[in-house]
Structure formats: C-alpha cells, structure tokens
Design a binder for this molecule. Structure first.
Ligand code: SAM
Length: 313
C-alpha cells in the first residue's frame, strides 16, 4: 500500500471502530472501501461477498446461537457477519487467509474481547484452534468440500454448522441412494449431520456476481448414528465401495475383506466365505452396486466388519 492509501485506510478504519462502518449490502460501497484501502478481490480465494442482508439474517438465525457460545467463522472477509455474531453475544474465532482482509479485521475487531483472529489457510490452521461447538461460513467455492470433508473425516465435529456452498456441492452432500449425485461424500456428510436446506442464493446475492448459484445449509450433529464407533471400517469401507462404483457390492466387500482386514491379520484364504456371511447377516444383496446402499447399510456392514477386525481369528 502507498503512504496515501495507508493514511486513508487508517482514517476510514479509525472513524468506524465501534459499529459496522461499511454498507455491506452495497457493491458500490464495498468497491469504494476496497479501493480506498488499496485492496482488491482475489478469485483464487473464492471471494464473493454476501450482499443480501435477508440471506445473512437467515443464516445467522439458523445457527440459533445463545449469547456466550463460541463459533468458528470461516472466511469472514470484511466482517459482514462478524459484526452480527458479536452483536448476538457470540465468541468469534475467525479464520481468514487474505492478508489485506486480515488487516481490516484486525482494525475493526482487534480490541473486541470476544473476537479472535486465526490468520492463514484454515485447512492448515484449524487443528488445535479450539473446541467451539458452532460454525458459520459463506464458504469459498475453492475449498468448500475440502473444509467440510476434512472436518468430518478428522472428527472435528460441530453441534451445528450453517454454511453456504455452491448449489451442486449442496446437492452432492444431501444426495440420497440411487440418485446421480450420490457418492462417498454424501455418505460421509449424512453420517455425521442431518442436513437441512436453507434458501438458494442466486448470483445477484453476491459481489462480485459468481457464475454459479449457492445454497445455504444447516447441519446438525447426528446423535442417532455415530460412525466413530467403527473407526477402522466405516469410512475406509465407504471409500472402497464407491471407488469401484460400477462393480458389485460383493466384489468390493470381498476386496475390502481380503486386502484390508484379513491381510492385516495374516490370513488370506477365507475372504469369500466371510464376505458371503457378512452380506447375509446384514441382509444385503451382494449383486447390487454401492449406489443403492443407504447409510444404515453402511453402518451395519461396518459394525460387523469392525468386530471381525478386532476379533482374534
Ligand atoms: N464472509 C464474507 C461474506 O459472506 O461476505 C466473505 C465470504 S467469501 C465467499 C470467502 C472468504 O473466505 C474470503 O474472505 C476469503 O479470503 C476467505 N478464504 C478463502 N480461502 C480461505 C482459506 N483457505 N482459509 C481461510 N479463509 C479463506
């Protein structure tokens, strides 16, 4: 930034430190603010500000935060939703990668007792960042699926998450057995959370306008199933069954049993018999494909296979 920009930047920020200093609903105001600060928008960070105040309110309401709760905000940008979170009494831990936005956030919220900034790539900074139970994020398109997939796979689970993601990603997350979008990612997401769709957001809800539509989602942690009870088998099995999705369930479960379970135990000859017995026990037809299996089928298979894995054969 030039010295002039530095001065303007300080002036703009100084006058504005107690309440939202920016009209977050106006592309013109946002553009002017960024120009004054010598900042720009970066496509590589998936930067599209949510300029629709109704949509921001819907997302915040859906989080159902009680004052005093801790929340991770992924990608706060210039802080449009951070102000509201703080106003609602939340303790906010904000993960932001853009060095310019980080400066703005520090100036806006740096002295707020309930604000904590975690600068850098959230995919690297999240471990050891804390145990807050809520997550809010208008997730950048560039990392939406990776953030959600990583958190679930690594068992960093939240009581509730409210996110906006690309509409196609929302469809993949919520897909049901037999549909074209159904994948191991759908099973992963629905095994951890019940997923409720919120509004669909057209490109005009964002600045700059993206080429795709987005969808708000509310995800509540499931208590009825917990795949963490089957750490050795549930997720590896789901991946294995979808990796060769054109092959039959029988073929893929056989491969899993042979290579994953029995080899570990130094046995190789019983795979076919065990596969048959496991499928019979779970009441699953081995001649179909993984895409017809529901969550309860994966859980049933994982439960039996986990017992075999842990058994002294
Ligand atoms: N929350 C703001 C809003 O709704 O207007 C901005 C949302 S914008 C879609 C995504 C934000 O995530 C940007 O501020 C971007 O810089 C940030 N971001 C992108 N990749 C990131 C990463 N790997 N780690 C942390 N923040 C990231």
């Amino acid at each position: 930034m030039s010295p002039l920009h530095d001065m303007l930047y300080e002036a703009v920020l100084h006058t504005a430190s107690t309440q939202a200093p920016l009209n977050y609903d106006s592309p013109l105001a946002l553009k002017a603010f960024l120009e004054t600060c010598g900042l720009g928008m970066r496509k590589k960070f998936g930067q599209n500000f949510l300029i629709n105040p109704g949509a921001r309110k819907t997302l915040l309401d859906a989080l159902e935060l009680e004052p005093g709760e801790g929340v991770w905000e992924i990608g706060p940008g210039l802080g449009a939703m951070t102000w509201d979170l703080l106003e609602r009494g939340a303790w906010v831990k904000a993960f932001e990668i853009d060095p310019g936005f980080i400066q703005v956030l520090r100036t806006f919220f740096g002295t707020h007792p309930r604000f904590c900034l975690v600068p850098g790539d959230v995919l690297k900074t999240w471990p050891h960042a804390g145990e807050e139970k809520y997550l809010l994020g208008n997730l950048p398109y560039t990392i939406g699926s990776r953030v959600l997939g990583t958190f679930i796979e690594q068992n960093r689970l939240f009581t509730r998450m409210v996110v906006t993601v690309q509409r196609e990603l929302a469809q993949r997350m919520r897909a049901t057995p037999g549909s074209k979008d159904y994948s191991s990612f759908s099973v992963l997401c629905t095994s951890a959370y019940t997923i409720k769709p919120l509004s669909i957001l057209k490109g005009s809800s964002f600045y700059p306008v993206p080429h795709v539509e987005s969808q708000g989602l509310r995800l509540d942690l499931r208590t009825d199933v917990d795949p963490r009870r089957y750490p050795a088998c549930f997720r590896p099995l789901v991946r294995c069954l979808f990796a060769s999705r054109r092959k039959t369930i029988k073929h893929n479960v056989y491969g899993f049993v042979a290579s994953y379970i029995l080899t570990k135990q130094g046995i190789s000859k019983d795979s076919a018999r065990i596969t048959r017995e496991v499928l019979d026990f779970c009441g699953i037809s081995g001649d179909k494909r993984a895409e017809v299996l529901g969550l309860e089928d994966f859980v049933a298979l994982a439960a039996v296979l986990e017992r075999i894995t842990n058994a002294e054969l």
